[in-house]
Each structure stands twice: as C-alpha cells, then as structure tokens.
Design a protein around this ligand. Structure first.
Ligand SMILES: [Zn+2]
Length: 130
C-alpha cells in the first residue's frame, strides 16, 4: 500500500488552495458580468482586468514595454461572451478564451499612419465553466 509522502501532502494542499482561490476569482467574475451578461468588452484604461481565474494572471514583468520605451498599461479586455457571436466552433476549427486583456502604450505614442501592435494576454477558464 502506498501512503502519500509529506511532499505529496503539501502538493495536495497547494492544489486545494488554488481551487479555492480560483473559485473566489471566478465568483467575482460571474457577479460582475451578471449585471450585463451580454457584454463583450470591458474598457478601463490604466485599470485592471476582471480575471476569470486566479491562475495565469500577468505580473508587471510579463507585459513588454512599448517599442517607444514607455510601459504598456491595461486598456480593455475582450470577454468570452464574444465567442457566442463568432462562428468559430466547428469540428476543424475552434478557438476559446476566458478573457483577453489588451495592454497599450502608457504614453499613447504616435506611430503616424501605421498600425502599431499592442500586447494581448490570454487567460483561460480553469475548473468550473460558466
Ligand atoms: Zn509607445
């Protein structure tokens, strides 16, 4: 018979803690989006995203600076509700996300007439689904 080692015990504890934190973050997400369940975009420049999970949340160092040298800050997020409007679910092609957070130049630098690429962070659902 195999008894779990202390190491395995602490791993299990950690997993349970992650689950609790995940469901707390997800409950907040649900509560906020229930007010306007069809929202596909949340805009809050210099604010923060409404995360769907406690996992895979970017730290400052994960967000690359703008090519002009300024920091990039959170500007808006694309909600998973948008998936209901896209015809992207099929046997050969399927895309999915929990939320897509878009970070843009803090200085709103002027790139002239050219498009400038910004930074997007994809977070997936973990655990229970909406
Ligand atoms: Zn810039």
């Amino acid at each position: 018979m195999n008894y779990p080692t202390a190491f395995e015990d602490s791993e299990l504890d950690e997993m349970a803690m992650h689950e609790t934190e995940d469901s707390r973050v997800f409950q907040k997400f649900k509560q906020k989006t229930e007010l306007e369940p069809h929202q596909v975009l949340r805009y809050c420049r210099a604010g923060s995203a409404l995360w769907v999970s406690a996992q895979h949340i970017p730290k400052d160092k994960d967000i690359p600076d703008c090519p002009c040298g300024a920091k990039r800050i959170f500007e808006f997020q694309v909600m998973p509700q948008l998936l209901n409007h896209l015809k992207v679910d099929g046997p050969h092609a399927s895309i999915d996300w929990g939320t897509l957070a878009v970070y843009t130049c803090e200085d709103s630098c002027d790139q002239g007439y050219r498009y400038s690429s910004e930074f997007i962070w994809k977070q997936d659902f973990t655990g229970e689904l909406p």
